[in-house]
Design a protein around this ligand. Structure first.
Ligand SMILES: Cc1cc2nc3c(=O)[nH]c(=O)nc-3n(C[C@H](O)[C@H](O)[C@H](O)COP(=O)(O)O)c2cc1C
Length: 211
């Protein structure tokens, strides 16, 4: 098993957009690589897991840790879950240093509230903390199409220092399965945190573009 690239924890936040399997895969790869991970699953995300995947993710932190351990099949790393509205959690404070935070997937509601500085739940508060402290914040928005409000909110967050990394598929890595595509999306999102989460066939060019 590879040693962790940082002893500081990585915050993985799942908000209520489609594409929850990307978050689960990210968690599995982080734990496999022996990272310290702090997870927040928003109330909206709990609803999407139920609606799209028929899975009831426990809101209780201890039950959720057991759930993710079983679901990912990973015993490595360290995992700490937080209740979606626990504004007293360590990651709600700038005195709790992290290696960075990734919101995957990011709903437009969460994006809008962070862009407005409105911290109603723990994801929004932790994102606010990362921005104010100047720590890495990667936002992987999932909506299609984006309206002008979404675009403006994402621009505001980019201007405030967040990295916007939408999980957009590509084919240059020659995916053979949905799992290959999921890995591509997750690994590219975490590239934005400066973390190589797994092996990927990367673009090596040049190739002849002649037909
Ligand atoms: C099945 C389902 C899928 C959804 N997918 C998306 C989505 O892809 N993007 C989005 O912005 N909102 C989506 N929503 C709406 C959000 O879940 C909703 O706005 C929620 O209040 C967001 O809460 P949160 O931002 O606190 O997680 C979806 C809702 C449901 C029930």
């Amino acid at each position: 098993m590879r040693p962790p690239t940082s002893s500081l924890p990585i915050v993985l936040a799942m908000s209520g957009a489609s594409a929850q399997p990307l978050a689960q895969r990210a968690l599995a790869l982080l734990l496999q690589a022996n990272h310290r991970v702090e997870v927040v699953t928003s109330r909206g995300a709990l609803g999407v897991w139920k609606a799209e995947l028929g899975v009831q993710v426990p809101a209780d932190p201890e039950a959720q840790e057991a759930f993710w351990r079983a679901r990912t099949g990973c015993e490595g790393g360290s995992l700490r879950c937080h209740r979606w509205n626990d504004q007293a959690a360590p990651i709600a404070s700038g005195s709790h240093r992290t290696a960075g935070m990734v919101i995957l997937p990011a709903s437009m509601g969460t994006v809008g509230r962070i862009a407005s500085g409105v911290a109603l739940d723990l994801i929004e508060r932790a994102a606010d903390v990362h921005l104010k402290e100047g720590w890495p914040l990667v936002i992987a928005p999932r909506e299609l199409p984006w309206n002008l409000v979404h675009l403006r909110n994402l621009t505001t967050l980019a201007e405030a220092g967040a990295r916007i990394a939408p999980p957009v598929p590509a084919w240059y890595h020659q995916p053979q399965s949905l799992e290959d595509m999921v890995d591509f999306l997750v690994i590219r999102v975490f590239d934005s945190l400066g973390l190589q989460l797994g092996s990927l066939r990367r673009w090596r060019g040049p190739v002849s573009l002649q037909p």
